[in-house]
Design a protein around this ligand. Structure first.
Ligand SMILES: [Zn+2]
Length: 69
């Protein structure tokens, strides 16, 4: 009925590192990436509203961590 959905699912890539998803760890490619995502949730990265105004005293987040995409 829905071939596109099946295809999309099959080709889905890990939201953490972009590698192909491993069925055993979906929607991630490995336990490592699953853990990374879990840690993000636990540390509130996804839920906490932006408070970046307080970072203006010079301490910007490291820009070297942008290789997630
Ligand atoms: Zn991954």
């Amino acid at each position: 009925m829905n071939e596109i959905d099946r295809k999309t699912f099959a080709v889905r890539s890990c939201p953490i590192c972009g590698k192909p998803v491993e069925p055993a760890f979906k929607p991630f490619c490995s336990k490592r990436c699953a853990d990374i995502d879990l840690n993000r949730w636990l540390s509130g990265v996804y839920a906490v509203p932006a408070k970046e105004d307080e970072d203006e005293d010079g301490n910007r987040p490291a820009e070297s961590e942008t290789d997630e995409k």
